[in-house]
Unconditional design. Structure first.
Lengths: 415, 415
């Protein structure tokens, strides 16, 4: 892990207050996974009947906890979630599988739940065996002290190179009853679809069946966590879990088991909005980031092509260093469009920084005002738009600039 | 273009002496394309009967000179090559097409050759119209002073952010007669397959037909210029041209028109070796590079998968920053294997830095000596090998580290 650097300029002045979600309690503690006297473990406990959905890294070399969660997901039931930082338990072979099994057994025992309803996530160094026996000592205390209000502690416990905890909350109505959604995420480097190096845990009291929950989550992630990139690198450990306790049923919310049920429309919109906010916070805390960049591509042959082009721009080191240097270098944007491999017609391409069109129909826009663009590039948040002019496909992704601090964080260390 | 920085540590102490290639003459001059009093134009003149083959960027937004060369290549005949730095004539629309047409007319007039046998390449800023009338003044002098010995001047004239000229020479026998091959390249950033931002021009006196030449070139480029990456960014302008004057026929070398002719085996091997040397020099002069890195992947399901995995490793910002920091961070190599999307079995993966195996069968190699690996990482040239253990596919690519200087060169400037 990198040394602690300065806090991101995008860190909120104060953390948002997150209301409790009925049926969820949190606790954080120090298990000494990698460093002593550091909060490195987070336990979430769920009331009986909690349903769960998940989305994971598409890495072909996933971590042991990812394998574990995937296997547990089909039953769709959850009683606890244990997350540690300091060690990713990735590329740890047989020892890694033993460690997740032991972790789940220890949590099951402490929480008096079935081992099959325990979910696990780990973040930190890759390749080091994780000593799961370290959890044994802290688990009873975590179970005992778990509280519905410990959101900030929980969000902090899962941080690695993050410079601020990332939290968000929303509410929606289902059948006229208010339900709540809240969650937190971490991730600062090794962030790219699909997914980012990224852990995110979202909780709701809505009474939604596991299958419907999975459909909503998979759909929502496409334009949020799977539309961000810090450095094009995809982690072995990415995990997004959505837990629904169903506790709002006691207040009259109807149980819903089909994702297509129109009564879920408000919930789905709130979930989309919450995941997008958490994903944006991940990019804003991107390693070394000083600019938050929206890349919007339109006019591509289809949405898939638009997203590939947007990611080609968002991942280009030359585009990202130009943005770090506050230069509206649209030539590099053309380059990134061209290298994406997707259909493009140079003579129909238009490019905007902010609201200013800088290139049009295959050449520099003769009317553009360099001074205005120069002002735009000094902002913390920059919008870059490309229209290909050949079809209806559109997509938006978010990224940050590439700075010397990124190189310092990832190169100037000894692990 | 970036400001001039320090010369690469990999720059040769003295430039290699390149013997003349019969039928080829060079001249360099100052056309004032972007800056005055800077050598920015290079002319090569070829004797009648010269054949040509070429490989170009796969960008969907290629530059005007790339479009021009592609269209001229089918006839396979060349009398002159004009290359300028300072302006890429890319994304310049109708003005760009007019500029290449005028350039070719001017060269044809000065060299008394057909406009259809003039080849063009441009490197430099994207999106600025190229004023081709600037060539008119210098061309007569270039034609008059062209010399078979002006290799170093020619190689220097095409440099942009390069810190040293890149030249190489080989000889081979065809039918018992010695033939020569020599060439030069440029390219320091925006280097990725296929191809790099990269110009390379290679010349031979071998009497080889244009079709056979094209087959040899396309084959040779696969494991040389299409196996290097500096920053994963692909230029709009990449051009590799191979000119064969046929002058060795006067010394008894047989004319060969089929690439499969066994008499070309020695020539093909020499061409492979020469292109690889030029490609390696491009990586060694990569922007900000301090380490030259070979990434060898074996045991993949097939060669294509091996190359994709190798490029995933070679393009990973986290792998490249770790190498800049002299850390044998094989966890990031696992990450890059996993994100490639190619088949991999974590529990069969093995990773080496230099000759030291650091990971094996899904976990850290228990026997590896950290001190030995630490010494390896301090070297200027580092070999990284990955065996997937699941098939016969192998590939090797070359890259450099990612340093703060790369960010400085590409971000700390005002264009």
């Amino acid at each position: 892990m990198a040394k602690a650097g300065p806090v991101s300029k995008f860190a909120p002045a104060t953390l948002p207050e997150i209301p409790p979600i009925d049926g969820v309690r949190f606790a954080a503690g120090m298990a000494g996974v990698r460093y002593s006297r550091r909060v490195d473990v987070m336990l979430a406990l769920f009331d009986e009947g909690t349903r769960v959905a998940g989305v994971f890294t598409r890495s072909k070399c996933p971590s042991a906890p990812v394998d574990w969660c995937r296997a547990r997901l089909s039953a769709g039931k959850a009683r606890a979630l244990l997350v540690n930082s300091g060690n990713a338990n990735a590329f740890t072979g047989r020892l890694g599988r033993d460690a997740v099994k032991l972790s789940a057994e220890l949590v099951a025992k402490a929480a008096q739940a079935s081992e099959r309803q325990i979910f696990l996530a780990s973040t930190g160094v890759i390749g080091e065996p994780l000593d799961a026996t370290k959890f044994e000592r802290v688990l009873p205390k975590l179970v005992k002290t778990a509280s519905p209000d410990a959101w900030h502690d929980a969000a902090r416990a899962i941080m690695t190179t993050d410079t601020f905890p990332k939290l968000a909350t929303r509410s929606a109505e289902i059948g006229g009853v208010e339900v709540r959604i809240a969650g937190f995420s971490k991730g600062a480097g090794m962030i790219a679809p699909d997914m980012a190096t990224m852990l995110a845990f979202v909780f709701t009291d809505a009474p939604i069946g596991a299958e419907a929950l999975q459909v909503l989550l998979s759909r929502s992630v496409r334009d949020s966590f799977n539309a961000i990139t810090v450095d094009s690198d995809t982690s072995t450990s990415d995990t997004l879990l959505l837990f629904a306790t169903g506790a709002a049923a006691a207040r009259g919310a109807p149980q819903i088991d089909k994702a297509s049920d129109a009564r879920l429309d408000g919930f789905a919109a709130a979930l989309d909005s919450l995941l997008l906010e958490l994903a944006h916070q991940v990019v804003k805390d991107g390693e070394g980031a000083r600019k938050f960049v929206e890349v919007r591509v339109s006019g591509a042959v289809n949405a898939r092509a638009a997203k590939r082009i947007a990611l080609s721009i968002a991942n280009s080191p030359l585009v990202k260093t130009a943005i770090a240097g506050e230069d509206a270098n649209w030539g590099r944007v053309v380059m990134a469009v061209g290298k994406s491999g997707e259909e493009a017609d140079r003579d129909k391409l238009a490019i905007w920084f902010g609201d200013t069109r800088v290139a049009y129909k295959g050449q520099r826009d003769p009317s553009y005002d360099e001074a205005a663009v120069s002002e735009i590039m000094k902002r913390d948040e920059i919008k870059l738009a490309v229209d290909l002019g050949i079809g209806p496909g559109a997509a938006t992704v978010w990224t940050c600039d590439l700075t010397k601090e990124y190189v310092a964080i990832n190169g100037d260390y000894r692990s």
